[in-house]
Design a protein around this ligand. Structure first.
Ligand code: AVJ
Length: 322
């Protein structure tokens, strides 16, 4: 059965106005913050893919190892004719391991905030999996959105795929709410595969988020680049330093852009004043031990069914049942 339709995109990419409002809200607050989802324009998505190849950034290769070793077991748990919905699909590397192991996967719905990056990945996947129905959705999955209906792909189970420990960008309360919402979106009898990073040595964690080559610093500063280019903000990028901090009490890595001097960011008629050392908090990456994550999933209404980890226990992939 060959795919007959071209890829039809459902487009809800955030607008420039949404970005402007998020910057105004975030820089007006105390402490100053910016939502990490705005990292991912075309350049930020490219920088993130480069992060995934860094020697210090263990999550990607560790999770890829877990997926490739256990894809047959995951596929057996999922069964034939599945529909896969991936939240934050990015370059689409991990999904290939799952698709290759699944029996007759029926459909794939990549959901990503960056239209350009997602469509390039979807085109590549369509070429490699000609029988797969691909229905891309460009959307901010932290907001409600609808699943496209996919004719001919309604006999198997629907599986949410949320790898990479992207769930760590939510606070535990937000993560619980997101998983509960995903459970309603995916529907009766659905499952979810979630990758979650695990707490570990502070040095390992901080190096993963502050690499020697400076790629993560450039990724973080890309928010400032976007503010200049897309919003016409007046600011000096060189006056902000990238910082990554492991906060053991909150069990999260925080990323900040720290102001090296007293300065101002101007955006239209607004002025945001910074003290020296004051920061913009740009990202949290929460880490969960296996029992912690399973408890969180349980609070959101899912049944934690199976967990796969690497030999060193650096990272975990959880299968949840509805
Ligand atoms: C894609 C959100 C999982 O938190 O590890 C990588 C993003 N930030 N380096 C993470 C990120 C800095 C990444 N997630």
């Amino acid at each position: 059965m060959a795919r007959t339709e071209p890829l039809r995109l459902h487009d809800l990419e955030p607008s420039t106005e949404e970005f402007r409002q998020a910057v105004i809200d975030g820089l007006s607050g105390q402490p100053k913050t910016l939502p990490c989802k705005f990292f991912y324009d075309a350049e930020g998505s490219r920088l993130f893919d480069a992060i995934c190849e860094l020697p210090e950034y263990y999550p990607t290769r560790t999770e890829l190892g877990i997926l490739s070793r256990n894809a047959p077991a995951m596929a057996a748990a999922i069964g034939p004719d599945a529909r896969i919905v991936e939240f934050g699909s990015g370059a689409g590397v991990k999904i290939r391991l799952l698709l290759a192991a699944l029996e007759r996967p029926a459909a794939y719905v990549p959901v990503d905030i960056c239209r350009e990056h997602m469509m390039a990945a979807a085109d590549g996947l369509a070429a490699d999996f000609p029988d797969l129905r691909i229905a891309p959705v460009c959307a901010d999955y932290t907001r409600p959105f609808a699943l496209p209906s996919i004719p001919g792909a309604d006999t198997g189970v629907t599986v949410g795929f949320f790898p990479g420990s992207t769930i760590g960008n939510f606070s535990p309360a937000e993560a619980t709410a997101f998983l509960a919402r995903a459970r309603r979106l995916l529907g009766r009898g659905s499952m979810m595969l979630v990758g979650a990073d695990v707490p570990k040595d502070a040095g390992v964690l901080e190096a993963a988020y502050d690499d020697a080559a400076g790629v993560t610093a450039a990724f973080n500063r890309n928010l400032l680049v976007r503010m200049q280019r897309e919003l016409g903000a007046e600011l000096d990028i060189e006056l902000f330093r990238h910082e990554a901090r492991w906060c053991p009490r909150n069990r999260r890595v925080e990323m900040h852009l720290v102001s090296l001097s007293r300065q101002e960011i101007r955006l239209g008629d607004r002025v945001f004043a910074f003290d020296r050392g004051e920061s913009i908090h740009t990202e949290n990456s929460y880490k969960y031990s296996v029992p912690e994550f399973r408890a969180l999933a349980g609070r959101s209404g899912w049944l934690p069914a199976q967990t796969w980890t690497d030999a060193a226990g650096l990272f975990a992939v959880h299968l949840l049942r509805s």
